[in-house]
Design a protein around this ligand. Sequence first.
Ligand code: ADP
Length: 330
Amino acid sequence: MLYENPNIRKIAVLTSGGDAPGMNAAIRAVVRATNFYGKESIAVYRGYDGLIEGDFETLTARSVSNIIQRGGTILKTARCKGFFHAEGRAKAAENLRAHDIDALIVIGGDGTFRGATALYEEHGICVAGIPGTIDNDLAGTDYTIGYDTACNTVITAIDAIRDTASSHHRLFFIEVMGRDAGFIALRAAIAGGVEAVLIPEHMITTDELIKKLETGAKNKKSSSLVIVAEGGKSGNAMEIAQKVDEQFSYYDTKVTVLGHVQRGGTPSCLDREIAGRMGVGAVEAILSSKTGVMVGIINNEIAITSFAEVVKTKKSISLEMFRINEILAV
Ligand code: ADP
């Protein structure tokens, strides 16, 4: 395949929306691949805010040394109100043209891709996306950058909580991120060995939950852990814990909300690996004249999916994982 499109000389990169561990590894991959193909690499700071304000800087391969292992994003990220308006996007396109930038690679979630789609459709800017979000809720890829690290952070917390839970005969409700999707909750449930998991896609009633906990108590479990994804309809971990505590007093009930620790930390091997592959894939997609596409990984192969397809498709969660957890939690 030809990766030398002569019309593309400068490729810009930005991170946008929620930050995720591994974004730096993706930035590094984009910059290195851009340089490898003899093109110039431009950083855009603070997501679409920086695009509208022209906050640009030239990067070399050395500019991204020593960042592969760092959480967060050296380019900073932002939620940008101005990009929801046509005038904001027009200003962004004008800045890109004024700097002779021929293509833009965005690292973020579905909101970021909606913005990039508008930039491409309204102003013909060549764009490609890399999925960066801890939630793993994007179609067109098996894993998003940051998800694996977030799951590792959650299971490290679960391990620590279990130590104190079993010493004190406690029932812990652990709230994890996942407003619309329970990917973190369900994977961490199996990997952390918890008794029950509540996610937006598959809620169980308080009565059903209590029944499970009673079975555990009968089976002489010295503690019980329940993971709650933050976006569930039955309420947050605190509210669910209160309801359960009123009807089930076998354990001393506690709640831990993990919050933003899940967004930070050293990216895992998997997140760095996929960031590297997707970063190179995004530059190669641009250089083979693709635009308006996200570069993901499906079945361990690079997969190119249009932004339109990514944003309209809801990634389904495997309910088989529930069955597995039921078996493991006896
Ligand atoms: P994520 O990319 O993680 O889903 P957001 O949903 O916050 O994060 O989106 C990031 C940014 O993308 C927004 O702050 C906004 O600047 C831009 N954006 C999101 N949706 C749109 C849209 N429909 N049109 C234009 N820009 C959008």
